[in-house]
Design a protein around this ligand. Structure first.
Ligand code: NI
Length: 392
């Protein structure tokens, strides 16, 4: 099997790179991946497949049936880009973004390329398939509510026994694949708090109610939640990232707004933090005699891998590819693959794409993000190893 996988990998290298570069040059933001969808559909049709598209979003699902009966196994790639300007020079990246203000800075161009080549390879080798492979090209991963929940609602996971996904990961060297046995990525929530009250002349604070001081006090108090109220054995982040108030140096403002993010792995910790933010904000407003509005919106849930699926997958990868599995720590970033593994058993991986020798070290979401394209082959080989081993 090792030889088959490496020969397919060589055979599909050109496709992997061509897909990735086309998509990189033509990025589209969440919920507007129209041209991307067209590209995906045309590649799949050319491979003799029958992709399905949807009215609510630009996702594409493609089922590839084998000749033999067997399991139904799904693989997912996200297809959207970010609203940011690419700053790579043409010499560093000849296929840099042609769309002003939009960039594939999270590597989803690579994810899509890998799944396209995977579908092409399996379509050309139906004898390798037992049961059915479901390729999910998912829109809008970057922007809640995301595309995963919608595609699941539309039946993308119907009858699916297992699902796999991966993110190209510049915190890992090329040639490695990172895994966790449980929590891998965090629930990512957003909160906004607004304090309102009578402002006044900066020289006469006693005649006003200082909403700005109240907001500052709230920012401080929130930091006591994780340090004093969440168990030391649990993991959580509360970050206030915006505080807006006032218009002049000598006017006490009548409104202060703040917003931030909460990251957790467990629903109990999430509920606790949600309740504490509300209680602290209202308590402070009460103390200052001012008004207060709290809005807390839950984003994607935490991504929790299924340990037995992970174990089987890393065994297959070790046995049939040169890629080295490494245990990694979870990260507090959100990822809507979480919805799939809440519905069916599955696993998500980080595929290393950093190459220090080539100077490719930049983190995702950077305007000069690049990946070592050999990582596309690595991811392709990992998908093949996991799949072929599960149906052999
Ligand atoms: Ni991403």
């Amino acid at each position: 099997m090792k030889e088959l996988i490496s020969s397919l990998s060589r055979q599909y290298t050109e496709n992997l790179i061509a897909h990735r570069r086309y998509l990189h040059a033509h990025p589209e933001p969440s919920f507007k991946e129209y041209n991307t969808r067209e590209y995906i559909v045309s590649v799949l049709k050319r491979a003799g497949l029958e992709p399905v598209t949807y009215e609510g979003g630009c996702g594409v699902v493609c089922r590839i049936k084998g000749d033999r009966p067997g399991k139904r196994i799904a693989f997912r790639a996200d297809i959207d880009a970010l609203c940011m300007q690419e700053e790579n020079s043409l010499s560093a990246c000849p296929y840099r973004s042609e769309n002003e203000g939009v960039m594939h800075a999270c590597g989803h161009d690579g994810h899509t390329a890998v799944l396209l080549a995977f579908a092409e390879a399996l379509s050309a080798h139906r004898e390798l398939i037992a049961g059915e492979v479901v390729c999910i090209f998912q829109h809008a991963e970057e922007t809640p509510p995301g595309g995963a929940a919608y595609l699941i609602e539309q039946g993308a996971l119907d009858g699916v026994d297992e699902i796999y996904g991966m993110h190209l990961w510049p915190a890992l060297d090329l040639g490695r694949i990172g895994y966790t046995h449980g929590a891998m990525m965090a629930a990512a929530d957003m909160f906004e708090v607004t304090f309102t009250g009578p402002g006044g002349h900066g020289s006469q604070p006693h005649n006003s109610k200082d909403v700005l001081l109240a907001a500052c006090s709230a920012v401080e108090q929130y930091q006591g939640i994780v340090s004093r109220q969440v168990s030391a054995l649990d993991t959580a982040v509360v970050s206030v990232c915006r505080l807006t108030s006032g218009t002049a140096y000598n006017v006490i403002p009548d409104r202060a707004e703040l917003s931030g993010t909460v990251r957790t792995f467990s629903e109990d910790v999430q509920s606790l933090i949600m309740e504490r933010i509300d209680r602290i904000s209202r308590g402070i407003a009460d103390m200052y005699g001012i008004g207060c509005e709290v809005n807390y919106s839950k984003g994607f849930p935490a991504l929790i891998n299924h340990a037995s699926v992970v174990d089987r997958a890393i065994q297959s990868i070790s046995a049939h590819t040169p890629i080295q599995p490494v245990s990694v720590q979870p990260v507090m970033i959100g990822e809507d693959f979480a919805f799939y593994v809440k519905s069916v058993p599955g696993a998500f991986f980080f595929v290393g794409c950093r190459n220090r020798e080539k100077g490719i070290v930049c983190a995702i979401h950077s305007p000069v993000y690049r990946m070592d394209e050999e990582a596309l082959n690595a991811a392709f080989e990992c998908f093949l190893a996991v799949y072929l081993d599960s149906v052999k």
